[in-house]
Ligand binder design. Structure first.
Ligand code: ZN
Length: 242
């Protein structure tokens, strides 16, 4: 099985289209989305529709839940809040009920998906260090968990001998006995200094995980935000990758 796993689209249609196009060369059998379809950019409806058609499963992100009243706006900074207020006014009944229907955790025989952390999925905490990762490893029932939320790709590996180590890898071979938390990075608003859209491939037969990047027209995404009168910094982030 070759999984295409991606997260944090954030209404960025240009980035999503580039990733979908790039995946066409990867012989993907099943797509999975690790949350945050909406927020920040200005094509929430198109992104919900495309991901709904593409992904076999999508878990809820904090922006998904906030835009339908399931998570408090008070948890967001003023810019994110403004984008969320705007998003909320754009969704129709069907789109809202789709976001409401998203579960916090998805699990199958190969993997687990959660947007933030597994120990408190509804709290949407950031998996920012090994101590936080330990809590997820403790209750993880598969050997691999895919996450998003920080918008920075990275890997936590739990090895019975060495404990938990954190790494930045573009390609990772899965070894028996280890457990893995893979942050797949962000399609629509990367924050690791690389503005290219991030997407992940998990090949279960080769036991290999790859994080890839693809260029897209971030200037076009930025212009849409500026033209709508939304805060300019929301647009600049797409160019900066921050
Ligand atoms: Zn996000």
């Amino acid at each position: 099985m070759r999984y295409g796993i991606f997260a944090d689209v954030h209404s960025n249609l240009e980035a999503l289209d580039a990733v979908i196009e790039a995946y066409k060369n990867e012989a993907i059998d099943r797509y999975l989305c690790v949350g945050d379809l909406v927020g920040y950019a200005v094509n929430p409806r198109e992104c919900i529709k495309k991901v709904k058609a593409l992904a076999a499963a999508t878990v809820a992100g904090n922006h998904d839940w906030a835009s339908v009243g399931l998570f408090s706006f008070e948890n967001f900074n003023p810019l994110a809040k403004e984008a969320l207020f705007w998003t909320k006014t754009r969704l129709d009944e069907e789109e809202r009920s789709h976001l409401e229907s998203l579960k916090l955790v998805y699990k199958n025989q190969d993997l687990t998906l959660v947007h933030g952390t597994l120990d408190n999925p509804a709290g949407f905490g950031y998996m920012s260090n090994g101590y936080i990762a330990e809590e997820t490893f403790r209750i993880l029932e598969t050997n691999i968990c895919f996450i998003g939320h920080t918008h920075c790709p990275g890997v936590f590996i739990k090895n019975p001998a060495e404990g938990i180590v954190s790494r930045q890898e573009e390609s990772l071979d899965i070894e028996p006995g280890n457990s893995y938390i893979i942050n797949v990075g962000s399609v629509g608003q990367p924050r690791d200094g690389d503005p290219r859209a991030a997407y992940c491939i998990y090949d279960t037969a080769r036991k290999r995980i790859q994080i890839k990047r693809v260029d897209y027209d971030a200037q076009a995404t930025r212009k849409k935000i500026v033209d709508l009168g939304l805060p300019e910094f929301l647009g600049d982030r797409f160019i900066l990758g921050r």
